[in-house]
Design a protein around this ligand. Sequence first.
Ligand SMILES: Nc1ncnc2c1ncn2[C@@H]1O[C@H](COP(=O)(O)OP(=O)(O)OP(=O)(O)O)[C@@H](O)[C@H]1O
Length: 311
Amino acid sequence: MAIVAENVRREYGDTVALDGVSLTVDDGEVYALIGPNGAGKTTLVRALLGTTDYEGRVDLFGGDPRTADPQRVGLLPQSFSPPERLTARELVDYYGGLYDDARPTDDVLADVGMTDDADTWYENLSGGQRRRTCVAIALVNDPDLLVLDEPTTAIDPAGRRALWELLESLVAGGTTVVLTTHSMPEAERLADRVGLLAGGELVAEGTPRELVEAYGGQSRLVVETEGGVADAAASAVEEAGYRVATTARGVVVRDAMPDDIGTIVDALAEADVSYHALRWERPDLESVYLALTGTGVTETGEAVEREEAAA
Ligand SMILES: Nc1ncnc2c1ncn2[C@@H]1O[C@H](COP(=O)(O)OP(=O)(O)OP(=O)(O)O)[C@@H](O)[C@H]1O
């Protein structure tokens, strides 16, 4: 077991950042902590690594994290800005020099796909290349545990996909990974298990599939209409035998499977209701988070009340 945390609590003045969190991370596992800004992700990561005070118990590699061998942990903090006028190679060399037993710089740069751009100043790299350079820095000591705090925040979709592929290749090599993210698709793609954090509490934990099965609810069809015809659309679909809810964007048909779409389209046509779009939504981790906390998480990580949560 790489990490065991029991009843971890952290307060900053009147703010309870962590309210009794317990979790385990197995060797070789990818564990994602998900939640919006302020949920407590960074504080939890810091407690697990022993870099902040906490109450409760944390075991890292079977001992107190505050005395764990730093060589065994690679950390990519959330806001990490290395000197801009050093090249990727110089940065990896520099951080490697902090360890007795660092990996050869060229090997690390090759692992993160930075060989061709190794001699470019950090400031001239793209967002994705910068983040990959930072991952290289976190890997230079050949850690058993890689901890990534919001690794893909603020990078473009192509850079994000490249980083996902990189992390998948590292995991295939046996590295244990703990990552935090507010991106549910990222957690769904990368994680063996996820912990959902809300207000400093771990509200659920499991594989993405277990969580979706337990809490995701049913599939649904969203019929996007003008506000004026939403009621007519809702009645037409209801008369066809479905349970519906009206929201700002139109009508949500609950428990609708792909097979039902034809019947619903016919019912709308018969009632002469026009609509902009039909969208079939399968439950995912986002639905789980909504169901358990009543809030959604925007792309920038803000927690938002979602009207459809009640639909
Ligand atoms: N050093 C600190 N001093 C005071 N309050 C803090 C400190 N660090 C975190 N907090 C508070 O603790 C709570 C949890 O913050 P934390 O940074 O762990 O959340 P997070 O999920 O990582 O969010 P973000 O992605 O925005 O950093 C927040 O209410 C935050 O304001």
